[in-house]
Design a protein around this ligand. Structure first.
Ligand SMILES: *[C@@H]1O[C@H](CO)[C@@H](O)[C@H](O)[C@H]1NC(C)=O
Ligand SMILES: *[C@@H]1O[C@H](CO)[C@@H](O)[C@H](O)[C@H]1NC(C)=O
Ligand SMILES: *[C@@H]1O[C@H](CO)[C@@H](O)[C@H](O)[C@H]1NC(C)=O
Length: 255
């Protein structure tokens, strides 16, 4: 005997409930809220820079210390969000809060730095950093992903992906290796507290950004001429007030 047809069959109610969940199912991944970030994310190719330590020399956590369910976390800056298992990175504000910066920067960060490889050639066919994330607060503006120069003459960025209080996403591209002459390009908009994805590519000497799986937006690299580079991903606060970013996935590909 088949059950009577009703306008609200239990299964359709379930489907409706699923579609109303605040986290889009397309970003749902198996994240264990009781593990440190290293148990949910393969962090074996990253080190972590924190906004604490000695001025000019922030505390850095090595890849081996980040690894695994009992790997490094702290309650203030870098930890597993107990509700959704995401990797939460917080920055308390600008240096007036007492946070510390590297000697080459005025800004505090909780940020992962690629270590393996420690740098790569932008002329190679594949160099990609992708992430699924939610910005809970941008603190004015924060850099959520970047490419940095790693050579004898420069420790400047190639490009920085910024997310501001209004959910506006831009790329700041340096024009020369000497730096300090960044130009800004629009990438798109994603409201605060909404999960999205980005991918930064610097391959075949072409720089581009993909937002939410859309068409790659190419940005000129001016006179940079493919310097040896590495990726960074996290919460590198440019503004003054506290910023919080939650990551659901981080992936680097080289080829
Ligand atoms: C770590 O780096 C090695 C060597 O570059 C690579 O083979 C491996 O896939 C990387 N792991 C992750 C999780 O990206
Ligand atoms: C984002 O979510 C946090 C709580 O997780 C809330 O405090 C904040 O007001 C939200 N911001 C916006 C713009 O909705
Ligand atoms: C982001 O989420 C999508 C959809 O679940 C998934 O296919 C992709 O692999 C994720 N990306 C990362 C970097 O985790």
């Amino acid at each position: 005997m088949s059950p009577p047809k009703t306008p609200f069959h239990p299964f359709s109610v379930l489907l409706l409930a699923a579609s109303l969940l605040s986290i889009p199912s397309t970003f749902a991944q198996t994240l264990n809220p009781s593990c440190a970030p290293g148990g949910n994310f393969d962090l074996s190719n990253f080190s972590l820079q924190l906004p604490i330590g000695q001025p000019g020399s922030p505390t850095t956590i090595s890849p081996d210390k980040l690894a695994g369910c009992t790997g490094f976390q702290d309650k203030d800056h870098f930890f597993t969000n107990p509700d959704d298992g995401s990797l939460q990175m917080n920055v308390p504000g600008d240096t007036s809060t007492g946070c510390v910066t590297t000697k080459n920067s005025k800004h505090c960060r909780t940020e992962l730095r690629e270590q393996n490889p420690s740098s790569w050639n932008p002329n190679a066919p594949t160099n990609r950093l992708s992430a699924n994330l939610t910005v809970v607060s941008a603190g004015g503006s924060t850099c959520i992903g970047q490419i940095h120069i790693d050579d004898a003459i420069s420790h400047k960025p190639v490009a920085e992906l910024f997310y501001d209080d209004k959910g506006h996403i831009t790329v700041g591209m340096e024009q020369t290796r000497e730096g300090g002459n960044e130009k800004t390009f629009d990438i798109g908009d994603v409201p605060l507290n909404q999960t999205f994805s980005y991918e930064i590519r610097y391959e075949g000497n072409v720089f581009s950004v993909v937002l939410n799986g859309g068409k790659p937006v190419e940005v000129t690299t001016f006179q940079l001429n493919a310097p040896k580079s590495y990726f960074k991903v996290g919460n590198y606060l440019q503004g003054k007030t506290p910023s919080t970013v939650r990551f659901f996935g981080i992936e680097v590909t080289h080829g």
